[in-house]
Design a protein around this ligand. Structure first.
Ligand code: FAD
Length: 333
């Protein structure tokens, strides 16, 4: 691991100022469950690390009133266990509870989870030049394309990168139209969760839309009645804990027996948390049947492109969406 200096600000303002002074080679660290791994692998080599874990008021969970507000440092396990969150927005609680292991969720934060980097094996295991990776080393190529691509994305890919966006929580946040509050050298702003992530295009090393020195301070979700009619359904190789092969976050708004509006987001299959508007349109105004649920699942993958070993994700993903729709619909009773 490369040497680095460590600062421990006590306030958000101190943290942002420290980042502004340090320039490009700086990283915030919260739970440290992913950044330290990447530093040990020499994929991340910051000269300065800003440990924000001591900023007390950043871990607050607020559920009163018309919105849910999670401080960026709230532990994933605490948000998952919150009674109001799991009753009124099960999609959020389930996405967190199905991510990583209990020990990791106790350390990891809801802010850090949004900015974790891909688990593509060619990205993580190739530092030192064993495998080319455009995300790790721009312009070097992509060993996953034409390689062992079982885990790679089928949506949002480019000629330069097929790496999956790994997080579960961002998928749920995209489905509920969450807003991400950030503070940076130029002040504060709110970003829709879906707009935090870039498509890889020809610059896969640029993953997030945060400006240099911007820090996530909170995540805000508007409370809706439809929130209760929701789920996060995740399929993985190992049920105890593993990243998603395919997942679906679903929120359903019913008018009587018919779906008035649905929100569907996909994980494990795309290069960023992936909204499925074709499926949402197909469901609008309809009664949900198992056949329609499966048709919506297939509509979600209309634009998908498979590689050598990951074509199974198209059918698995479609069935994951279908199951999620049926699970969520049961909750309206
Ligand atoms: C074995 C294992 C299994 C896992 N399985 C899953 C899984 O199934 N699903 C899943 O979703 N995740 C999984 N994870 C990932 C885990 O959820 C993340 O490591 C964790 O959420 C990151 O949070 P953190 O607070 O530890 O982030 P850190 O490691 O502290 O930081 C992560 C990144 O976010 C940046 N950052 C952190 N906080 C802020 C902030 N407030 N503002 C700006 N930048 C910030 C850091 O600079 C860094 O780049 C797994 C991890 C491991 C090790």
């Amino acid at each position: 691991m490369h040497p680095f200096s460590l600062v421990r600000p006590k306030t958000v303002r101190e943290a942002v100022n420290a980042a502004a002074q340090a320039g490009a080679d700086t990283r915030f660290i919260a739970g440290g469950t992913t950044l330290y791994d990447l530093m040990k692998l020499n994929i991340e080599q910051p000269r300065q690390v800003i440990d924000i874990s001591g900023i007390a008021d950043l871990s607050r969970i607020e559920t009163d009133g018309g919105q849910l507000r999670f401080g960026a440092l709230a532990p994933m396990s605490a948000v998952a266990a919150d009674a109001v969150v799991s009753r009124d927005h099960p999609v959020l609680a389930e996405a967190l509870a199905k991510a990583a292991s209990q020990q990791l969720r106790n350390m990891a934060t809801v802010g850090g989870n949004l900015l974790q980097r891909t688990r593509c094996p060619y990205f993580r295991n190739g530092a030192g030049g064993i495998y080319p990776c455009n995300k790790r080393e721009p312009g070097s190529g992509c060993a996953a394309i034409g390689g062992l691509d079982r885990g790679q994305a089928v949506l949002g890919t480019s000629e330069a990168c097929t790496a999956v966006s790994p997080g579960d929580w961002p998928v749920a946040l995209v489905a509920v139209d969450a807003m991400i509050e950030v503070l940076g050298p130029d002040g504060s702003r709110s970003v829709p969760a879906g707009e935090l992530y870039r498509l890889p295009g020809d610059a896969p090393h640029l993953e997030f839309t945060l400006a240099r020195g911007e820090m996530i301070t909170a995540i805000v979700v508007r409370k809706t009645n439809a929130g209760r009619v929701s789920t996060y359904h995740k399929i993985r190789d190992r049920e105890s804990y593993a990243f998603a092969l395919a997942s679906a976050a679903v929120v359903l708004d019913f008018d009587g027996e018919r779906i008035q509006q649905s929100r569907i987001a996909l994980g494990g299959v795309a290069t960023r948390p992936w909204r499925a508007p074709d499926a949402e349109r197909l469901l609008a105004g309809e009664r949900l049947t198992p056949e329609l649920a499966l048709a919506a699942g297939h509509a979600s993958f209309r634009e998908a492109r498979a590689g050598r070993h990951n074509a199974f994700k198209l059918e698995l993903g479609a069935r994951t969406v279908a199951d999620a729709l049926l699970i969520a619909a049961e909750r309206r009773r």
